[in-house]
Design a protein around this ligand. Structure first.
Ligand code: CMP
Length: 137
């Protein structure tokens, strides 16, 4: 049975500032993801805090929000069979030094913070994250 899902992907400031966004989008397309929606923007720190609210109690929360709001990002809605898991496999481990060969974070990530991409970790969070950036009403 098919299980087409949508997930939210962010190309983070470290990757956009190195002009890697087109290259990363090509990787997604070559892996069979459809880019249904896309925009380039910069978040206010308060918006980053809202986006990463699930990490609010973590020691790295403040730095994480400072970082995500430090520069331009590209946000996309990606669609594919099992998109959430498939995207997480393609991104690789959160820490680029632990990510497998052939993953986006292994190829482009600079550190656990500057790890080039974000992807939703569950169907529930994908809906929340897609609404955060693309809800029209
Ligand atoms: P991301 O997938 O965007 O979700 C939360 C982010 O927190 C994660 O990628 C990392 O960039 C960042 N982060 C910083 N420190 C840690 C840590 N110790 N464990 C997990 N994530 C971390």
């Amino acid at each position: 049975m098919s299980n087409i899902e949508q997930t939210l992907s962010i190309i983070k400031p470290d990757a956009v500032e190195r002009n890697l966004d087109q290259q990363i989008k090509t990787i997604f397309k070559n892996k069979g993801f459809k880019i249904l929606k896309e925009k380039k923007l910069r978040l206010e720190k308060s918006e980053a805090e809202q986006f990463y609210k699930v990490h609010e109690t973590k020691p790295f929360y403040n730095d994480l929000c400072e970082y995500l709001s430090s520069g331009t990002i590209v946000v996309m809605v990606l669609e594919k069979e099992n998109a959430i898991k498939s995207n997480r496999n393609l991104m690789g481990a959160t820490d680029p030094s632990k990510a497998e060969e052939g993953t986006i974070r292994r190829q482009f990530g600079k550190s656990i913070d500057k790890n080039s991409v974000h992807g939703s970790d569950s169907l529930e969070n994908a809906k929340i994250e897609i609404d955060f950036f693309f809800k029209t009403s």
